[in-house]
Write a protein that binds this ligand. Structure first.
Ligand code: IVH
Length: 696
């Protein structure tokens, strides 16, 4: 029954999306449209399972707004345009927001913005308007209340009128001050709006730790932050390193005689000065809509370079008097509009599933979909991680699937659109034998992945070779996936030590291998022998040993083979080493074949000793963050980054106020421009960087 209703409303949705005409509309048709909107709001807010894109929802909403404007006698009090959408989670105490948390009107192109500007001029009677433009953060919205300079409450948006009181979790977010001198500005009770985010680096690290434990990674940073806010363990919240931006003061009481706030940009400055992270540095105050459009486009081009996700820009009339004059609808303020960046979601059809064998024998299902363009790339294949993910999402061959690609996060299938099924879809049959060597697959109780346990399985050997030579492992340039596959198929490369004993005469006979490319390959292979121990440990591909863990292990020994003497207990005494890693390391080093492999690599001349670094002569970079941009002439980017990390510094992925040093090479672009605007960032050359580390 419920399914029939869904189908009926989906059919109506499609009809409304096709029909944009507004003339001669009947009361019944308007009510139908309201019903369609309520249905989609319910799917979005309550079921957390939308059936239409934001864009489609917005066009339906705008259609209703337009219809009601033309037919004001047909407006009803419970129209979606007359209220804020409902929907609450019951897990935390429910609290009332001091002022309802409204949404933003959306726009998708410059015409929409020009239209917004025209209306703003009409409503204010001005010829030119000053706007404040800032990023639209893609996270989970929150409201904070400060009473007499102290944080007293933090809440989720909920239905906009009431939210969940999540104060203990909010207090774990370092970028939210527990107290702030609002009294210096004459403010007593203050309600603030903001967005909780997890930055791309931390999201990646968090996901790596999940995959290292054999768990499925989280879909995107937005889901990760919204989910984390609802965890009932504040310490776990702290571990996930959430951040928050605040961008709006929704309510305040002013002490007698104090000067009132007069503009949005001034409010962002105040929040910044009080210790909040507001978009004070990212904002721009601009006159006229043309400049606004330019800034939006400029920012969209830099989107991938930011350390966190944004999904658009927000344009706000800067002056508060003008804002008051323009007022709000029950859904959004009339003085602001969101400019949404190009969608990074699309639908496609699932054609089939292929199974890849990983280097540790794990079988990874990969969805093959009809090619679809998302955010500038064509997506054809998407990892489905493991059998559980397929079952939980109930993905079937022939399904229309919703695909998302957020920033530099790999694309993933959000869900199948089950309402669009016609009955021909086929369940996915997970294989029980290795697709490469035919060995029966094995699955341990505590793991989601099926595995091929044949250590000599050709697919695993190939994957181990690819991993060994890869950028984050031994970084052998010129020995990429395609070349390794070619050599492997021809029998020229079948084991790790053979990388160092290649038959260059035979290779020279192959098409595309001239003297120059062979010389380059030889040099790169030779250079890799000097890679530091932690890279070699990572390159060996020991299960659950990622880059960070490899550093911990390398740090604990003088020579790689010393790890033979560590039992599980000794390993677990090392930082962040849990029973899984310890078990895996012990297993690896108790296998004769592995020891022989390591000995072979040593006799070839690889670096198995833990060389204490040359740079650490006093000059630690502890607590300092670095980012490299442009082409470096003396160091490889990866070497430079490694030097920073070896000296206790950290590498950031984008320019933000957290950055201490931007090291600039040749042809530096937008990162340099951005850093120039943040006065606390020190901009240095590669030579200055080298001097800095050598000085110690
Ligand atoms: S202003 C009345 N500014 O986007 C003030 N919102 O899609 C309304 N958002 O509900 C909000 N970045 O959660 C504003 N710089 C920003 C924002 C922002 C993200 C969120 C906010 C809002 C949603 C609307």
């Amino acid at each position: 029954m419920a399914n029939d209703r869904t189908k009926e409303l989906q059919a109506k949705t499609t009809a409304f999306l096709k029909k944009i005409k507004t003339e001669n509309i009947s009361a019944k048709e308007i009510e139908d449209l309201r019903e369609v909107l309520r249905f989609h709001e319910h799917r979005y807010y309550i079921q957390n399972d939308p059936l239409v894109s934001d864009f489609e929802y917005d066009s339906l909403y705008k259609q209703l707004e337009a219809l009601e404007k033309e037919n004001p006698d047909l407006i009803v009090p419970n129209s979606p345009t007359q209220r804020v959408a409902k929907g609450l989670t019951k897990e935390f105490p429910t609290v009332q927001h001091l002022v309802p948390m409204l949404s933003l009107d959306n726009s998708y192109n410059s015409e929409d913005l020009i239209d917004f500007d025209r209306k703003a001029k009409e409503l204010t009677g001005l010829k030119e308007i000053e706007y404040c433009v800032e990023p639209k953060f893609d996270g989970a919205s929150i409201s904070l209340i400060y009473e007499d300079d102290h944080l007293v409450r933090g809440a989720t948006r909920g239905d906009g009128v009431q939210g969940d009181d999540i104060t203990p979790n909010i207090k774990q977010i370092r970028t939210i001050p527990l107290s702030a001198k609002f009294s210096d500005y004459g403010l007593q009770t203050v309600e603030i709006r903001g967005e909780v985010l997890i930055n791309k680096d931390n999201f990646k690290k968090f996901n790596e730790s999940l995959t290292e434990q054999g768990l499925a990674p989280l879909a995107n940073p937005r889901n990760a932050s919204a989910g984390t806010l609802r965890i009932k363990d504040p310490l776990e919240v702290r571990r996930r390193k959430l951040e928050a931006f605040v961008y709006h003061v929704s309510y305040y009481t002013l002490k007698k005689g104090a000067e009132d706030l007069h503009s949005h940009s001034q409010t962002l400055e105040m929040l910044w000065d009080l210790g909040f992270r507001s978009p004070d540095k990212e904002k721009k105050v601009l006159k006229g809509i043309e400049a606004v459009i330019d800034y939006c486009v400029e920012f969209e081009n830099q989107r991938d370079e930011l350390p966190y996700e944004i999904d658009g820009m927000v344009i706000k009339v800067n002056n508060f008097e003008l804002q008051d004059k323009m007022g709000m609808t029950s859904h959004h303020p009339r003085w602001a509009i969101a400019y949404k960046f190009k969608a990074r979601q699309a639908t496609s059809k699932l054609i089939g599933v292929e199974y890849q064998v990983g280097r540790t024998g794990n079988i990874g299902p990969v969805a093959k979909i009809e090619p679809v363009h998302i955010g500038g790339v064509t997506v054809r294949s998407i990892s489905l991680f493991n059998e559980d993910v397929i079952r939980e999402k109930d993905i079937r061959i022939g399904d229309t699937v919703l695909v998302e690609r957020a920033g530099d996060v790999i694309p993933y299938i959000v869900k199948p659109l089950t309402e669009l099924r016609n009955g021909d879809e086929k369940p996915i049959k997970f294989p029980r034998h290795c697709p490469s060597c035919g060995t029966e697959l094995f699955k341990s109780e505590d793991e989601a992945a099926w595995r091929c346990i044949n250590i000599n399985c050709p697919a695993q050997v190939l994957e181990r070779l690819i991993h060994f030579a890869s950028k984050d492992a031994m970084d052998i340039r010129g020995l990429g996936t395609a070349i390794i596959e070619k050599f492997y198929t021809l029998g020229l490369l079948t084991s790790l030590p053979q990388i160092y004993q290649l038959d260059y005469e035979a290779i020279g006979q192959l098409e595309g291998f001239g003297k120059k490319s062979i010389d380059n390959l030889k040099t790169a292979i030779e250079a890799s022998k000097k890679q530091p121990l932690h890279r070699l440990i990572f390159a060996l591909g020991i299960r659950y040993v990622g880059e960070t863990m490899a550093k911990t292990l390398a740090h604990a020994v003088d020579h790689l083979l010393d790890l033979q003497n560590f039992d599980e207990e000794a390993l677990q005494n090392l930082e962040d080493v849990g029973p899984k890693v310890a078990g895996s390391v012990v297993q690896f080093f108790s296998n004769r074949q592995n020891i022989e492999l390591i000995q072979a690599l040593e006799s070839i001349g690889l670096q198995l000793k833990n060389e204490k670094k040359d740079f650490t002569s006093g000059g630690s970079l502890e607590g300092q963050s670095f980012l490299f941009t442009g082409t470096l002439s003396k160091l490889k980017r990866s070497e430079a980054e490694e030097i920073v990390e070896q000296n206790g510094g950290t590498i950031l992925s984008g320019v933000s106020s957290k950055l201490n040093y931007l090291v600039v090479g040749e042809d530096a672009g937008s990162k340099l421009e951005k850093a120039k605007k943040i006065t606390t960032i020190k901009i240095i050359s590669e030579d200055q960087f080298i001097k800095m580390i050598n000085k110690g």
